[in-house]
Design a binder for this molecule. Structure first.
Ligand code: ZN
Length: 165
């Protein structure tokens, strides 16, 4: 396994529509292993292949409960319900935060690293993360959904209010 460099906003890889994964081979497995290592090192909740410069439809999302990374190949959101509004950041937009509204619940259809199709549901942070990572595969960033980045004061106030809940 090896760490990969996470590209940052301004890099054109983040604005491209990624191509489907068609070969479920050792090359893909190496990419996924490297992405898991890179994500662990960065202490992130999710990472999409274009963020490491690979324009393929693959991403990792951390399961909020097990804290394990779920590998999603060619993922699609096939159903969604409700709404949640909360804090969001991105490893490709370092040290910045915004408030984004996302579905409260989503169902995702995806393939695993060997090509088998499965479905997974998520609420809360998981639903937010599925939406954020799958959006990366179409060349979109969460920053398109916000009108401003939180200031340090706004971030502190948000986190304090959350702790009181
Ligand atoms: Zn991101």
């Amino acid at each position: 396994m090896a760490l990969r460099k996470i590209v940052e906003v301004g890099d054109e890889c983040l604005n491209k529509v990624c191509r489907p994964v068609t070969e479920f081979n050792p090359h893909l497995h190496q990419l996924l292993d490297d992405m898991a290592e890179t994500l662990t090192e960065a202490r992130g909740a999710g990472l999409a292949a274009p963020q490491v410069g690979v324009l393929r439809r693959a991403c990792l999302v951390m399961d909020e409960e097990t804290e394990e990374y779920l590998e999603l190949i060619n993922p699609e959101i096939i159903d969604q319900r409700g709404e949640q509004t909360g804090l969001e950041g991105c490893l490709s937009v370092p040290n910045k935060w915004g408030i984004v509204t996302r579905p409260a619940w989503v169902r995702v259809r995806a393939q695993d690293r060997d090509g088998a199709w499965f479905e997974v549901e998520g609420t809360g942070m998981n639903a937010r993360c599925f939406c954020h990572e799958i959006e990366h595969l179409d060349g979109h960033l969460y920053t398109e959904h916000i009108d401003h980045f939180l200031s340090e004061d706004e971030l502190r106030e948000y986190l304090e209010a959350e702790e009181e809940e």
